[in-house]
Design a binder for this molecule. Structure first.
Ligand code: CDP
Length: 245
């Protein structure tokens, strides 16, 4: 949440948002699985103005070896923003924000990935944000799940993610950059629909207890829509007759 400037009109008198969406509408989401030849699994997502590439390697040997666990595999996630991905050039060095997002995405994925099948190994997930427009952690998590499945790594479920929030005094689905900066709340959610488990839940801003519950419900609706798009991306790669890579 930025300055929450009162002058920005985020919702007009007809309940339409600044980018033309209704309050319960997500931005356009497209996902393509298997876009990188040299990764074990990969995916490219466009989530509104967000453009993110995910590459997965492993399960593979862990270096340094002392980081490995004899009882289970480990998951490592690196979320990185390209310097050109935002309006004001981002310094290439990892920021505190990127370290935090890498950590929350890793923790959101861990319950889904059957790491116990691969003791002493690591699965590495690289997330490159090429263009950011609010909600990159959710979009990156969506791409990471598809890339992990594309790598053939056994999973309990696909983790799907979408944010809900509050802007112009209304609860909204899928918060864009402008709404994130000038709105009242942003709540990214990661969800495993088959297992009915939430694996990511953050809240930046202020909500009443009632709004909090409604925001989760709204966010889960968005997650479920993304879930269908994730599954279709995998179906398209593995069940279509076209030549992939
Ligand atoms: O991207 P997400 O909403 O998960 O994380 P955030 O920290 O709430 O950032 C919101 C948005 O701020 C990003 O999606 C970018 O569009 C923008 N941002 C930026 O313009 N410059 C940065 N150095 C970091 C973020």
């Amino acid at each position: 949440m930025g300055g929450r400037e009162a002058n920005v009109v985020l919702l007009d008198e007809n309940g339409i948002r600044s980018d033309g969406r209704k309050v319960n509408e997500t931005r356009k989401v497209t996902i393509k699985a298997g876009v990188l030849k040299n990764a074990n699994g990969s995916a490219y997502i466009e989530f509104g103005g967000n453009k993110i590439l995910a590459g997965v390697f492993g399960p593979r040997d862990v270096h340094p070896k002392h980081m490995s666990n004899p009882d289970t595999g480990i998951l490592r996630v690196r979320y990185h923003m390209e310097p050109f991905s935002v309006g004001e050039r981002k310094k290439p060095a990892p920021s505190r924000r990127e370290i935090e997002i890498s950590k929350v995405i890793k923790e959101a994925l861990e319950p889904a990935v059957m790491l116990e099948n691969f003791p002493r190994t690591a699965v590495d997930v690289f997330l490159e944000v090429l263009q950011a427009d609010g909600g990159t952690r959710c979009a990156a998590l969506d791409a990471a799940s598809v890339a992990l499945a594309d790598a053939g790594i056994p999973m309990r479920d696909i983790v799907c993610a979408c944010a809900a929030g509050k802007a112009g005094d209304a609860l909204i689905l899928d918060v864009n950059n402008e709404e994130d900066q000038a709105g009242q709340a942003d709540m990214p959610i990661g969800y495993m629909p088959n297992l009915g488990k939430i694996t990511l839940l953050q809240l930046d801003g202020v909500l009443t207890p009632d709004e909090y519950k409604k925001c989760i419900e709204l966010g889960l609706e968005g997650c479920k829509q993304v879930y269908e798009i994730q599954k279709n991306a995998l179906r398209e790669k593995y069940f279509s007759s076209s030549d992939n890579n």
